[in-house]
Design a protein around this ligand. Structure first.
Ligand code: 13P
Length: 243
């Protein structure tokens, strides 16, 4: 079974959340992870059987952090996973490796699995430097964690150029390209830290490409954005990955 994680970003209003839960109700939900906007976490907790995840966490476990959500608060919401270092936050909130290390440590202390996102932008891809770039993103964080903390992670490989923007037609890498980078990530973590980790793929995963993506044996699951807020899309993906 693949690990299916829906990153609902900031797409939904409350009425749409209610509709999503209603239209995706099935036995499969209890094996899928949904990372809702934090405003709706409690609603998901009370009204669905999804495994819950956060989209972000504060790097410090302190009350004096206006606008933040702490790992302790996520734990109270029964979150089992939390996304760390999503490319949108790296770009917009200027999150750097030091901040990501703090976030992962707080999550580890609260027994929440961090989903650490890595991935190259279009320019890096065109310069054929994907592995160097992704390798550095990983090492900058992993070098500052204990072996136990590293072993608690899931990695998500999300090439920034493949993430849907809502407007432009989406592009996905070929299966060979994904397999190559995912294998590289697994080997690097194995060789350098002696830990074997699950690696997810993210970037325009949808009902049309899920069966093709499922042929990549190295990929342990998916981090899904746009298709995780569309009930029909998400139902189809859950059917193809969770049974
Ligand atoms: P899309 O599936 O919309 O491309 O988003 C991917 C993503 O950013 C998940 O974290």
């Amino acid at each position: 079974m693949k690990l299916v994680v829906g990153n609902q970003k900031a797409y939904l209003q409350k009425s749409e959340v209610i509709n999503f839960i209603e239209k995706t109700k099935s036995e499969l939900c209890k094996n899928a992870v949904i990372c809702p906007s934090s405003l709706y976490m409690e609603y998901f907790k009370e009204n669905s059987s999804y495994i819950l995840g956060g989209q972000n966490v504060a790097m410090l476990d302190t009350g004096t952090a206006t606008g933040e959500i702490t790992a302790k608060q996520l734990k109270e919401m029964n979150a089992k996973y939390t996304i760390v270092g999503h490319s949108e936050r790296r770009a917009n909130q200027k999150e750097d490796s030091e901040m990501l290390v703090g976030k992962i440590k707080r999550l580890y202390e609260n027994e929440i699995t961090s989903i650490l996102c890595v991935g190259e932008g279009r320019e890096v891809k065109e310069q054929d430097s994907t592995k160097d770039f992704v390798g550095k993103q990983l090492i900058d964080v992993l070098d500052n964690l204990t072996k136990e903390e590293i072993a608690s992670l899931v990695i998500a490989y999300e090439p920034v150029w493949a993430i849907s923007t809502g407007g432009a037609p989406s592009v996905t890498p070929t299966n060979e390209e994904i397999a190559d980078v995912v294998s590289y990530i697994k080997d690097l973590v194995n060789d350098k830290y002696e830990v074997s980790l699950k690696v997810l793929y993210g970037g325009s995963v949808n009902s049309k490409n899920i069966e093709t993506l499922n042929e990549i044996t190295q990929v342990d699951g998916y981090l899904i954005g746009g298709a995780s807020v569309k009930p029909d899309e998400f139902n189809y993906i859950m059917e193809k990955c969770l049974q």
